[in-house]
Structure formats: structure tokens, C-alpha cells
Design a binder for this molecule. Structure first.
Ligand code: GDP
Length: 485
């Protein structure tokens, strides 16, 4: 970790002024609180006759947290937990209205322009059985959380308006849910509208390889109306049935861990964070750390009834908590520790690291150039995830056909998403979360997407000839790819 002049002075037992003088001799004017670049630190240390070793302190902390996270629960401690559901779908197909109907509130009309801005989280009871919801403003936000390592969703409910059918964003939502490897339930919404043809929408679903169970497939499709309430009960029952099949469990008798969904500074209560407990039980008084934030849980509130105070929250329960010193980032994991000093050290080290690093890329994503090295020595068959954007449908089909011919014992090519249009930020988020490369065929990324791809280390490759794609992929797999000029 890079350090400041003061830190080096303390660690080395050398007066800070001596270090500043040495730096001045090197032509560097700086202050005692300034962070030195590592090369400079080495140089100064050498002058002082010291040896420096750059240790990645963070990994020590992260290992400590990873140890907590990965601590296995004994089989007998595991208990069923509520499924966590996310609604995805094309804008205006009724995501928000359906959730409102389910939780019996009226959020749509309460929000500016009816657009869901925040990530909301609720838990409800259906015949004594609990179901939790995390409501993201769209599949981008859903995948953004995954990109940060947060997997808070167990089941995706794909909302498709029966009058509109499958729209571009529906296709995207399907890709995003598939990439998250969660089961998909379809809510065929707006079935109250006169003249809607459910069969046509079901055909559209089938074309996306979501074959309705009533047509012999394995996807549950429930006909709903957020206006009349038709099908809502059945939708909840279906959610519970699918959840039962997957046997989601957790251990309520351990210190809590989970994900911070969002956080904000409020004038009267300080930092209020919405967190989803994913394992263990969170209690008032617990020491918590999340990203660069730490503190003690001061108070907990129900996410639906802001005035209802809670003393504890078990697995799959979302709560609003106060007590963090600063707002943790959305999608940041939180942990309960037994020691506030430890929590403070972790939070401070992370803040320190964030200040010092001007590089946002901390994961090395797959590229066609590094693919071969990844394959080298890997025991199992590796998957190369690809997101494909093309100018027209016909190109997608042709490319897909060509990719199908690529058959390699060590690599499986998986098309996470294929769609018509330019490369967007949502594509980059998906690539980041799923370790994929993006291929643009006769299309370009928009400016925002390009900047984001650079920042996240996601490779975007552009092509104008189909055979060139397969040629490059083949070369990449064999380690023969020449760097792109
Ligand atoms: P979202 O963008 O997917 O969250 O969609 P909204 O919930 O905001 O709904 C978009 C519009 O469709 C609103 O005007 C709703 O009143 C309307 N709507 C939603 N569900 C239904 C439904 O089941 N039937 C009918 N007729 N209209 C609906």
C-alpha cells in the first residue's frame, strides 16, 4: 500500500523533515501528509538504508472478512429462509405496479414521473410464508450490484405486458437474469386489457427459450393484472413453489452478513442504510463494517413502516439501519464483527486505499489476449462469456451460426446476450459482473459505455467481417492472437 511521508517517517523512525529534505533533493516538493508514489518511497528508503516491502494490507483485511463470509454453517444449523425476488422487465410493463399491488402501497404515484429511482426492499407474508423483494430501477442496477459482488436475488420475476409482448429491454432483462443464474418466473401482466392475446406473448417467450410450463416447458407463466389484482395470489404461490424447489437456507444463529442496498445521509438521523441480511441475525448494538463505513447499529426500522423499530432482523429480511459513520456504497457487503477497533481499522484502511488508488480496475477481466493464459493449466473446461451487439438481426444469426462451429475441448463459448443496437453501459455492467468480452459487429459503443469499459477493464472488440470474429476467437484460444492495433 502506498504511504504518506508521515507514515514512512513513523515506520522508519526517521524524522519527517529528513524525508522531506531527501524528496526535495529529488526535486519533489511535498508535504508530510502527502501520499508518495511507490517508486519514490523506494528511492527515499534506499537513501535511508532501508528496505521497503509493499504489502497489500487490504488483502489481510479482506481475507479476514472472507474467512467470516465463507465460514460454513453446519447442516443442522441451517433453516429455511425467505426467497429474495427481483422484478425485471421492459419499462412500463408494470414492475412497479405489481410490487405496489403485492405490498399494498402506492409507490408509483408517489414517485416523480412514475420512475423508480431507488432500490427498494420489502418483505411480506403470504399465508405465514415470507417473501422478500429487492426492487431495482432496472436490470442495469440489478447487474451493477452483481458487478460489485452482491448476489441478493434468488428468483427473477420477468414482467411482460401482454399487449406489448417481448420488447428489447425484455430481452436484455432475460440475459441479465440468465447471467445471474437465477430461476425465472414470468408475470404476463396487463391481462385485464381488452383484446390482449396471451398466446402471442407466450410465443414470444418461447422464441427466447422460455417455454411456458403449460406448453410443456419449465417456465412458470402467471397471467396477472396489477390493476384488478388478478393473478397476484397465484404469482406469490408460484414464487413460493419455485423457492421450495430450491430450498434456500441460512443460519440465523451467527453474526449477520449481507449487502448494503443503498444509503443516504439524513439530517436528523445521520446515515440511514438499507441492508439485506443474507445470513445470520442482525441486532441493535452489533458492530458492523461495510466498505469504508463502520459503526454500531444504533436503531433498526422496518422498510415498509418507517416508524416501526425492530430489535433484530434475520436472514432475507431487509431493514433500514442507523449507526454507520459514513454512507456505505450500494452493493457493498456488510459484516458484523466482534470488535469495533477491528471494524474501524478495516474501514480506515479501505478509505486509505481508495484515496491512494487512482485505478479503479481491481479485477483482471478476460480479454482475447489473456484467454490463452487462463486456459493454460486449467483443469476444467473454461467458459468464454460473450456479449454480442450487432447492426441487424441477420448478423446476429449468422454470427451465432459461425460461433456454433467453434468447437474446442477446453473452451465453451457462451453468448450471454445478443441484441441489435449500439453497445451501452448496461452491456458493460453485464460484462463486468459476468467476466465477459463485448463484441460489436458494425456497431460502436456510445461515449459513456466506452469510458466505463476502460474504467472497468472490460474488453470491447469491434468487427465488420464475420469470419474475422471466429478467426480471432480461434487464435485467442490457441494463444496465437496478435495484439489489436
Ligand atoms: P414499470 O415501468 O415496469 O415499473 O411500469 P409501471 O408499474 O410504472 O406501469 C406503467 C403503466 O402501466 C402505469 O400507467 C400503470 O398504471 C400501467 N399498468 C401497470 N400494470 C398494469 C396492468 O396490469 N393493467 C393495466 N391496464 N395497466 C397497467
Amino acid at each position: 500500500l502506498p504511504c504518506t511521508v508521515r507514515e514512512l517517517s513513523e515506520a522508519a523512525g526517521v524524522a519527517a523533515t529528513d524525508i522531506l529534505r531527501l524528496l526535495m533533493e529529488e526535486g519533489v516538493m511535498t508535504t508530510i501528509a502527502a501520499v508518495m508514489d511507490p517508486d519514490l518511497t523506494e528511492l527515499v528508503a534506499a537513501e535511508l538504508g532501508l528496505e521497503v516491502e509493499f504489502r497489500d494490507e487490504l488483502t489481510v483485511e479482506d481475507e479476514y472478512l472472507a474467512e467470516i463470509r465463507d465460514r460454513e454453517d453446519a447442516e443442522e444449523d441451517l433453516q429455511p429462509r425467505a426467497p429474495i425476488i427481483t422484478f425485471l422487465g421492459h419499462v412500463d410493463h408494470g414492475k412497479t405496479s405489481l410490487i405496489d399491488k403485492i405490498i399494498d402501497t402506492d409507490v408509483v404515484s408517489g414517485e416523480s414521473g412514475g420512475i423508480t429511482q431507488h432500490i427498494r426492499a420489502y418483505t411480506i407474508f403470504k399465508n405465514d410464508q415470507q417473501i422478500s423483494f429487492v426492487d431495482t430501477p432496472g436490470h442495469e442496477a440489478f447487474t451493477e450490484m452483481r458487478a460489485r459482488g452482491a448476489n441478493v436475488t434468488d428468483i427473477a420475476v420477468l414482467v411482460v405486458a401482454a399487449d406489448d409482448g417481448i420488447m428489447p429491454q425484455t430481452e436484455e432483462a432475460i440475459s441479465h437474469a440468465r447471467a445471474a443464474e437465477v430461476p425465472i418466473i414470468v408475470a404476463l401482466n396487463k391481462c385485464d386489457l381488452p383484446g390482449v392475446d396471451a398466446n402471442q406473448a407466450m410465443q414470444g417467450l418461447t422464441a427466447q427459450e422460455l417455454v411456458p410450463s403449460e406448453w410443456g416447458g419449465d417456465v412458470e407463466v402467471v397471467k396477472t393484472s396489477a390493476i384488478t389484482g388478478e393473478g397476484i395470489d397465484e404469482l406469490l404461490d408460484t414464487i413460493l413453489t419455485v423457492a421450495e424447489l430450491h430450498e434456500f437456507t441460512a443460519n440465523p444463529d451467527r453474526p449477520a452478513l449481507g449487502t448494503c442496498i443503498e444509503a443516504q445521509q439524513e439530517s436528523d438521523r445521520g446515515v440511514v442504510s438499507k441492508v439485506m441480511v443474507q445470513n445470520g441475525t442482525l441486532r441493535v448494538g452489533d458492530v458492523i463494517v461495510s466498505g469504508q463505513a463502520y459503526g454500531k447499529v444504533k436503531a433498526m426500522y422496518d422498510t415498509l413502516i418507517p416508524t416501526a423499530r425492530l430489535e433484530e432482523a434475520g436472514p432475507s429480511v431487509p431493514v433500514n439501519i442507523t449507526g454507520f459513520d459514513v454512507a456505505p456504497g450500494a452493493g457493498e457487503a456488510f459484516y458484523v464483527l466482534d470488535d469495533i477497533a477491528k471494524a474501524r481499522t478495516i474501514a480506515e484502511d479501505r478509505a486509505h486505499e481508495a484515496r491512494n488508488s487512482n485505478l479503479d480496475v481491481d479485477v483482471q477481466h478476460v480479454t482475447l489476449e489473456n484467454l490463452f493464459d487462463r486456459l493454460d493449466g486449467a483443469e476444467e473446461v473454461q467458459t468464454l462469456n460473450i456479449i454480442l451487439r450487432a447492426d441487424v438481426r441477420g448478423s446476429i444469426e449468422a454470427i451465432q451460426k459461425e460461433l456454433g462451429k467453434l468447437d474446442h475441448p477446453e473452451v465453451k463459448i457462451k453468448l450471454l446476450q445478443k441484441s441489435v443496437g449500439g453497445i451501452t453501459e448496461a452491456d458493460v455492467t453485464l460484462a463486468d459482473a459476468s467476466d465477459a468480452i463485448i463484441i460489436g459487429f458494425n456497431v460502436v459503443p456510445d461515449e459513456k459505455a466506452r469510458i466505463m469499459a476502460d474504467k472497468r477493464g472490460v474488453q470491447v472488440r469491434r468487427y465488420e467481417v464475420i469470419y474475422k470474429i471466429t478467426e480471432d476467437l480461434k487464435a485467442a484460444i490457441e494463444g496465437l492472437l496478435k495484439p489489436e492495433e
